[in-house]
Ligand binder design. Structure first.
Ligand code: M6R
Length: 612
């Protein structure tokens, strides 16, 4: 969703801000803007559409300014437009503010300000906030930072804010509640971002703001305070991230790069956790809560979108291997349902970004109920990673494409390791079987590599079906969540309507949709459900549907039965989702590309969904 960048130093702020905004494009946005301070005045530029539009409006000017803020906006209050884009400016033209999040009581504040004679140029909650802060500051005799803190006491909602005030021209104010902000410490320069990507090429010494903390960021100093606890010492850490991790390299799109990176990222995810000599699994991230986790009475998995499908896949794994009851919940439903939670429940919160608002609230609720809460996140230092008791990072590296690919398979690897470890701690599997499982899991990266070698063949299938307006995806057992994930990928990337179903459910409704125009992707591997899936395929064929099957390598009988097929190497059923999802990622990707869609930044979507 919205992205934030702030800079103070001795370089041309405009260049750093525009480049930073380009690095934030992956989050999804519809307009962009910057404000810099020049000759003791604010210079503000805002443009609907891409950062490139904004850059051409600036046309290489305003290079003298060395302090400024920039924002990519994903519309919530008011349509995407120049006037609704951030930064928003106070009526006296002195204060510029950028905001991620939502101000829930903005209408109340707006009517109070209107009664005082303030006027508004946009439809946004953010403009109300900047006017409100300006009004509080005008009527108080404290520093600007204190006024911001005072004003925020009246504000209900979530925010990550960066503020520039021409009356205090040597500083940026950064403050957060519920929406992430990270500060980068440079040499004679400091940076602020909604994540580290806009300033990674200048520094990787970072500190993350916590809720209710306010930072006064000057060229050479960073002062951190919290209203209740006074002045704090910022804790800086070294972010282990290289610039090429957030660049496309030789690939046409980030999504393709991330699909092809999977073998390496899966190895990274297992590295140091599967111990070669002993054949044991070591999950250091949950060592303090290990007893609670392994002796849990029940597992509740909560997540959204693709991460939810990782959770659904894990349900099969944990129930089968660990004989533990598992519930998988959309975080957005869980949090509003008054769920029954016990202290011996363990909640697994899965999130690539670690910032998904609903998942974060679900984490807080489960903690408040006394359950143990474990995060499975990709982004190090993210809000969910920090809010949970302990966690396991997926180590997939930054995922820039909006459609989740490598983060999903890395989540599955983490969940697989956790399930094997838990099963062995609970003595629900034999030692020899545990060894077999570990050996098989270690084979997965090479198997994914084999599937990637079929990319050209998958592209040729995409060329055949890209004009279809509907797709159905069917799978059973471990492959049912993968059918849902395959359908989600296609929807996101190509805007083709697609549904994922358990194959047996087809007869209970979706079969009515099948005709000669309808491609149906069937996950038809040689597993427990194989014979049943063959019957489902026959039912489709007798209604003239077109079957694209994901099949086990060498299954010649299946090849003859279907219209098109993609072979995947044999793999234990438990880990087959890790391999079978890859051709579905590629199919969605190629269809999106053939249709001319912006696969890395699909319309209306955001990479991290930080609003409810
Ligand atoms: O960052 P999270 O994993 O919490 O995000 C959850 C969903 O928003 C995300 O998986 C979304 O569905 C992706 N666009 C899927 O490709």
């Amino acid at each position: 969703m919205c992205g934030i960048v702030g800079y103070i130093g001795d370089q041309a702020a405009v260049n750093i801000l525009i480049k930073g905004l380009q690095r934030l494009e992956y989050r999804g946005y519809d307009s962009a803007g910057i404000a810099v301070m020049e000759n003791e005045k604010l210079a503000v530029f805002k443009k609907e559409g891409k950062v490139a539009n904004l850059a051409s409006q600036l046309n290489g000017n305003h290079l003298d300014a060395t302090i400024g803020i920039g924002h990519t906006r994903w519309a919530t209050h008011g349509a995407p437009s120049d006037k609704n884009a951030h930064p928003h400016i106070s009526e006296d033209g002195k204060i510029a503010l950028i905001h991620n999040g939502i101000i829930e009581n903005y209408l109340t504040l707006k009517s109070e300000l209107t009664a005082k004679g303030y006027h508004f140029r946009s439809e946004t909650d953010t403009e109300v906030l900047v006017q409100f802060i300006a009004d509080v500051h005008k009527n108080s005799s404290t520093s600007f930072a204190k006024s911001v803190q005072l004003a925020l006491q009246r504000v209900v909602g979530a925010y990550g804010l960066v503020i520039l005030n021409v009356d205090e021209p040597d500083q940026l104010i950064a403050v957060r509640k519920g929406s992430p902000l990270v500060i980068g410490r440079g040499s004679s320069a400091n940076y602020i971002g909604s994540d580290a990507s806009p300033f990674l090429e200048y520094t990787n010494e970072v500190t993350y703001l916590n809720d209710d903390e306010i930072a006064v960021v000057k060229r050479d100093t960073i002062t951190l305070t919290n209203g209740k606890r006074g002045t704090l010492t910022p804790y800086f850490e070294h972010l282990d991230l290289e610039l090429d991790a957030i660049e496309k390299g030789a690939f046409d799109h980030f999504m393709l790069k991330e699909i092809f990176e999977q073998p390496d990222r899966l190895l990274d995810c297992m590295r140091g956790r599967i111990l070669a000599q002993s054949g044991n699994i070591k999950l250091g991230g949950i060592s303090a809560y290990a007893d609670k986790v392994y002796n849990a009475k029940r597992l509740i998995i909560t997540a959204c979108g693709t991460s939810y499908y990782a959770g659904l896949t894990a349900e099969y794994l944990f129930e089968d291997l660990c004989r533990i009851p598992v519930e998988v919940e959309y975080a957005s439903e869980f949090r509003y349902r008054n769920p029954v939670l016990y202290p011996d429940d363990v909640l697994l919160a899965i999130s690539q970004s670690g910032e998904t608002a609903d998942t974060l609230v679900a984490v807080d609720q489960a903690k408040a109920s006394g359950s143990t809460v474990i995060g499975i996140c990709n982004v190090v230092g993210s809000s969910i990673a920090r809010a949970t008791h302990e966690g396991i990072y997926t180590h997939a590296g930054p995922e820039i494409g909006v459609a989740s690919t490598k983060a999903f398979t890395a989540q599955l690897i983490v969940l697989s390791m956790l399930a094997i470890k838990m099963a062995s701690e609970r003595h629900t599997i034999q030692e020899s079987f545990r060894h077999q499982l570990i050996l098989e899991l270690q084979r997965v990266p090479a198997l994914v590599e084999e599937v990637l070698a079929h990319a050209d063949h998958i592209r040729s299938i995409a060329q055949k079906y890209w004009l279809a307006s509907n797709f159905l995806y069917l799978g059973r057992g471990f492959q049912y969540p993968i059918a849902m994930e395959g359908a989600l990928k296609l929807k996101e990337i190509s805007y083709i309507h697609a549904e994922g179903y358990p194959a047996a459910e087809m007869k209970h409704g979706p079969i009515a949709l099948i005709d000669a125009e309808m491609p149906i992707v069937v996950l038809a591997l040689k597993d427990k459900a194989y014979d049943k899936v063959i019957s489902n395929i026959e039912e489709i064929k007798s209604r003239h549907g077109k079957v694209i099957a994901i099949i086990s390598e060498g299954d010649d009988a299946m090849k003859r039965q279907v219209d098109d097929y993609i072979e995947i190497p044999a793999v234990m059923e438990y880990f087959a989702p890790l391999v079978s999802v890859v051709p579905l990622q590629l199919l969605a990707y190629y269809i999106g590309v053939i249709k001319g869609c912006n696969v890395d930044q699909p319309r209306n979507l955001a990479k991290s969904v930080t609003v409810e």
